[in-house]
Write a protein that binds this ligand. Structure first.
Ligand SMILES: *Cc1c(COP(=O)(O)O)cnc(C)c1O
Length: 220
């Protein structure tokens, strides 16, 4: 087995184990293989091993990399996990199957327009700045109800909430807070957990974990 395929097996086992501890089903957790900065040659072993859900953080990079791979693996699903500029909303709607970075009213407007124009309407996660960090993307917790109301009014399909907790501190309280915010707002999906903390995220209800380095090795 190739190294990434081996890592894939182990991560799937870890997810299943964390789900079992939380009395959840492993199948209820979607593993998003975050392939940003990776070449098609690096991605291919995971496709060969059966992985079909991938995450990218740049529209242009994904446009350059994925059309060829998608032609050969048509059931691939791409998730946008990075910040989205409003002027790229249409390109994102055409290429991605889910967007995890809806974080401001201007992007609600841009995505609603893009979905109407392209005839493709893809599930969106609202990204929450869960640790109230200055440099971080995501809407402020206090602004979440208003942003959700705007997204609903604009007809966007809202899947759930997404967060990236502060680095180098125990992430569990932030995962629990995101889960509570989702429940309070009647949302069922939670995009949380990365290479270092996806098991904790699954124990606290993650339905989508976004894993890069644990699958592919360190990024340069
Ligand atoms: C890069 C990235 C990930 C994956 O991070 P790893 O630590 O490599 O697993 C997950 N989510 C987002 C938003 C990212 O930008």
């Amino acid at each position: 087995m190739t190294e990434p395929a081996q890592a894939l097996c182990e991560i799937r086992d870890d997810i299943a184990h964390a789900a079992r501890i939380a009395r959840r089903k492993g199948e209820d957790v979607t593993l998003i293989a975050v392939s940003k900065t990776r070449t098609p040659a690096e991605i291919e072993p995971l496709l060969e091993a059966g992985q079909r859900v991938f995450g990218e953080n740049r529209v242009q990079e994904a446009q350059a990399k994925w059309p060829d791979l998608k032609a050969r693996y048509p059931d691939v699903r791409l998730h946008l996990v990075g910040q989205l500029q409003s002027n790229k909303a249409e390109d994102a709607a055409l290429l991605f199957d889910a967007i995890h970075s809806l974080d401001r009213p201007s992007l609600v407007t841009a995505l609603a327009r893009a979905f109407e124009k392209t005839g493709r309407s893809v599930p969106c996660f609202v990204q929450v700045n869960i640790g109230d960090e200055e440099q971080k993307g995501g809407c402020a917790i206090a602004d979440l109800p208003a942003l959700l109301a705007e997204a609903k009014a604009a007809g966007l399909p809202i899947a759930g909430l997404m967060c990236v907790p502060p680095a180098d501190v125990e992430p569990s309280p932030y995962f629990a807070l995101l889960a509570k915010l989702a429940a309070d707002n009647g949302l069922s999906r939670l995009s949380m957990g990365m290479s270092g903390d996806f098991e904790a995220a699954v124990r606290l209800g993650a339905t989508h974990v976004r894993v890069g380095t644990a699958l592919f090795g360190p990024r340069d």
